[in-house]
Design a protein around this ligand. Structure first.
Ligand SMILES: Nc1nc2c(c(=O)[nH]1)N[C@H]1C(S)=C(S)[C@@H](COP(=O)(O)O)O[C@H]1N2
Ligand SMILES: [Mo]
Length: 431
């Protein structure tokens, strides 16, 4: 059985941060001893080679021990984490994807960050219905079985909460990419294009907006322009090949590619068609960006081009000492594919083009690597993504100059990690 516990975390408590730094220094020293690294095999007897290990001596679990598999016990630190002081109640809260523990582009289902306004709905799929009403020729109600009779598609998309990196607007705050950038996940969805379902009901002329609604206790709704609904939205029931997790909207959620996570209504039970947005009934008032002059940016739906270096980073220091080092991270854009990612080791003075690897898909995470020879000196590590529409990820100061400092949402500024000689890393800003 899996007995993972959520480790306690306090990531912005300075005392704790010092402790952490002290701990790192110690482990850095231990690492330094081993840094000769690849010793000649004969140099010293290595018990990892000479001793017969238990797993080599005794039979392991049989096939009936784990009808549903879990990661190795040695990976028990790889979990979603929350920040206790961020929200008052875990039922209207958020936790964060451990980006620094992942590679490639797909987020495993058990590690996708969660954002709920009224807790996780526990739905019996046999009792779940999706209703299409409002400005339609024929109001319709679908069971899950009905939905699965439409032609379906498979698409990989990132979902990013508009509040991702929101705590960083006024300066470096949270010490780890899990917390600064972990309100994003990237999943292959299986679902039915929303246009098939809407066409089945028949949209009346004048219909311009949809209002999807969740079946959870928050009954969340968001207005979405019909144009987007008919373009690439999916009504999805699978993630990474298996049923949606309850956390992610089981049995069915809306997928709104490239647009802010709030619109991806989970536990989808109804879609109303109307001729204008439903401003008073929903959360949109919150999801606007307050500018310095008191005006607010509205309808900022598309998630702009963004990237972050996941390793090294505060939760993932360099422990192997200087020499050959893999710097890696993820980049994404709601405007399409990522064309290029640049990496700087000197706080943005000089840039080198990183190596993109893995599938390059529109509105999906991309993986990049910068393989380099670390001389052990301090680094100011940054990444800067450019998407196929030509958008360039801005610096945080460029963002502030354009939007002021009142915002929480849509912070796609360049992140800086200060890597010290002992390999530890800290969230900082460069001016
Ligand atoms: N029904 C419902 N849908 C919802 C929410 C919710 O609270 N209830 N939260 C929204 C927000 S703000 C975000 S960022 C995403 C988070 O999706 P996730 O939990 O799969 O990460 O779901 C959105 N859909
Ligand atoms: Mo969100």
């Amino acid at each position: 059985m899996n007995n993972r516990k959520k480790p306690e975390t306090e990531i912005s408590n300075p005392a704790r941060r010092k402790l952490l730094a002290g701990g790192l220094a110690a482990s850095g020293a231990a690492a330094a001893l081993a840094i000769g690294g690849r010793q000649a095999a004969a140099a010293a007897p290595d018990p990892a080679i000479t001793k017969i290990q238990d797993w080599n001596r005794y039979l392991g679990d049989g096939v009936d021990e784990r009808p549903y598999g879990f990661p190795s016990e040695h990976e028990k630190e790889v979990v979603r984490r929350s920040v206790s002081w961020l929200t008052a109640d875990p039922k209207s809260s958020v936790n964060f994807t451990p980006l620094h523990e992942l590679d490639g582009i797909i987020t495993p289902n058990g590690l996708c960050f969660e954002r709920h306004h009224g807790g996780i709905a526990d739905i019996d799929p046999a009792q779940h219905r999706l209703m299409i009403n409002g400005m339609v020729d024929t109001p319709l109600v679908f069971t899950m079985e009905d939905l699965k009779r439409f032609p379906r598609e498979n698409r990989v998309y990132f979902l990013e909460c508009a509040a991702n990196s929101g705590m960083e607007w006024r300066g470096a705050q949270l010490n780890g990419c899990q917390y600064t950038h972990g309100m994003v996940h990237n999943v292959m969805y299986t679902g039915v294009p929303l246009k098939h379902i809407l066409n089945e009901a028949g949209i009346k002329s004048g219909g311009k907006w949809i209002l999807p609604e969740g079946a959870d206790a928050s009954g969340m709704t968001r207005s979405i322009p019909l144009e987007k609904a008919l373009d690439d939205c999916l009504v999805a029931f699978k993630m990474n090949g298996e049923a949606l997790r309850p956390e992610q909207g089981y049995p069915v959620r809306l997928v709104v590619p490239g647009w802010e996570g709030n619109m991806w209504v989970k536990w989808l039970r109804r879609i109303e068609i109307g001729d204008q947005p439903w401003q008073m009934r929903e959360e949109t008032s919150k999801y606007t960006d307050l500018m310095e002059d008191g005006k607010a940016r509205r309808f900022t739906w598309t998630m702009d081009v963004k990237s972050v270096i996941t390793n090294p980073s505060p939760q993932a220091p360099i422990t192997h000492g200087k020499g050959q080092t893999v710097v890696t991270g993820v980049a994404w854009s709601g405007h399409g594919k990522i064309k290029r990612v640049d990496v700087s080791i000197d706080g943005g003075r000089n840039w080198e083009t990183a190596r993109l690897d893995g599938p390059s898909l529109s509105k999906s995470l991309h993986r990049f690597y910068h393989d380099f020879n670390w001389d052990g000196s301090e680094l100011l590590l940054q990444s800067r993504a450019i998407d196929e529409a030509g958008n360039i990820q801005p610096t945080k100061n460029e963002l502030r100059a354009a939007r002021g400092q009142n915002s929480i949402y849509h912070n796609n500024g360049i992140q800086t990690w200060h890597v010290k000689a002992d390999g530890s890393a800290e969230n900082v800003e460069v001016s």
